[in-house]
Write a protein that binds this ligand. Structure first.
Ligand code: FIX
Ligand code: ZN
Length: 406
């Protein structure tokens, strides 16, 4: 039976909202940047309440309210640290920050007491879980079809695991993260040749979906430094030769407070024109780019309008808060339509997939609804199929097209 297009048009706002929410919540997403590892990676695969509570976002927040020195905190065991985080942020205070609300979302989804005075019940629950079944359930709840890992080719622990012949869960794709290479300064010509051969070999064996690099706010291109040489002589030629996209994450100021360890990084406003010059000089390379500073977001959208090899992605780290996700996603929809990747989770602990995607989907659904509602007001209604097509493009289509290696 052929139904006329008129009968499929969502011209009532209540029905439109219901359909947008349904589609956004049920469309599988590819998580394009995480720090997750599959169970085959043993201790590198983090899950459970103690790992969740000792996430560096929560450690930074704990130091703002607990009276404890850095040395005292780092001398504690992981379970004692988790107890302190729970008491400080969830018992003595109300968990209103995004990172604390994330813990509440995770406990709630598993039917655990979100007002508990200690972690007994949560610990018993997570330790009773079968790892493989737990992973299935988390991916299912989060509606995540695949995640991209962050793989350091110079990390011995990781290398030993790869080399032990494990077969990696197909939902976990690898990415070649080159921060540790860029932080070295020894750049003899022989080193460049050796590094290129080493990376070619790694790529052949590990089959990454892209090459990635995080950069400080003062990143410039071109420039007279060792990083520029590595980019021109190693990273860009490798990306070109293997037809791999280059993911650039710009604006992290590392180690602003080293006492906080992983929680000690901050951000700074960067220069988007450096990315414009890269995109112009290397039109055959696809660039996936995210900036850490709120102040760079609008400029990134405008740059993406000028270069079709530039794909903005994610609301990274300090921007992964509902107010920022809403603002940035609105800006992107208004300037780029559906030609961007709205979010990545940056999850380090498995169950974070649940809250990071639940919270992101809520903001994305709101933004999309408002945009379709405006379209309706301006004279055009959309259909369910059109909403599905748009959400699939945002959640997986844009990424799949970019990393296609044919
Ligand atoms: O450089 C990165 O990939 C960052 O995402 C991390 O280094 C950071 O610690 C983080 O987890 C942010 O969410
Ligand atoms: Zn990350």
């Amino acid at each position: 039976m052929v139904t006329s297009i008129e009968s499929q048009l969502l011209s009532r706002t209540t029905e439109l909202r219901a359909q947008v929410e349904l589609i956004v919540n049920s469309t599988p997403v590819i998580d394009v940047h995480t720090h997750l590892f599959p169970p085959e990676f043993k201790d590198l695969c983090l899950y459970g309440i103690d790992e969740l509570l000792t996430y560096h976002y929560l450690i930074a927040e704990t130091f703002r309210s607990a009276r404890i020195s850095y040395d005292q905190f780092w001398a504690m065991s992981k379970t004692d640290q988790a107890d302190l985080v729970w008491k400080t942020l969830f018992v003595d205070n109300t968990p209103t920050s995004e990172a604390t609300q994330g813990i509440i979302s995770v406990l709630d989804v598993f039917g655990l007491d979100t007002r508990a005075t200690n972690l007994e019940e949560a610990r018993a629950f997570f330790s009773s879980r079968n790892k493989a079944e737990h992973l299935e359930q988390v991916f299912d709840i989060a509606q995540v079809s695949g995640v991209v890992m962050t793989n350091d080719p110079f990390d011995d622990a990781e290398d030993q695991l790869w080399s032990s012949g494990i077969s990696v869960d197909r939902r976990f794709s690898s990415s070649l993260r080159l921060d540790s290479l860029v932080n070295t300064t020894d750049l003899a010509v022989s080193t460049i040749t050796r590094v290129r051969a080493f990376l070619d070999n790694w790529i052949q064996r590990r089959n990454p979906v892209y090459i990635a690099l995080s950069l400080p706010p003062d990143f410039n291109f071109p420039s007279e430094d060792a990083r520029d040489r590595l980019l021109r002589e190693v990273i860009l030629p490798t990306a070109k030769e293997h037809r791999l996209a280059l993911t650039l994450m710009v604006g992290a100021r590392r180690g602003v407070n080293p006492q906080l360890r992983d929680a000690g990084d901050a951000l700074g406003r960067a220069d988007v024109t450096a990315i414009e010059r890269l995109c112009a000089q290397y039109p055959e390379v696809q660039f996936l780019v995210t900036f850490l500073s709120r102040e760079n977001q609008h400029e990134l959208c405008v740059a993406a309008r000028k270069f079709s090899n530039l794909m903005p992605f994610g609301c990274w780290w300090f921007l992964n808060n509902p107010s920022m996700v809403s603002e940035i996603t609105r800006e992107r929809v208004e300037l780029l339509g559906q030609s961007f990747i709205p979010q990545h989770s940056d999850a380090r602990v498995l169950e974070q997939l649940i809250y990071k995607w639940k919270h992101a989907r809520r903001q994305i659904a709101d933004v999309l609804y408002d945009s379709y509602e405006q379209l309706l007001h301006n004279g055009r209604a959309v259909t369910r199929e059109e909403i599905s097509r748009d959400v699939s493009r945002l959640f997986s289509g844009n990424f799949n097209e970019l990393v296609r290696q044919d």
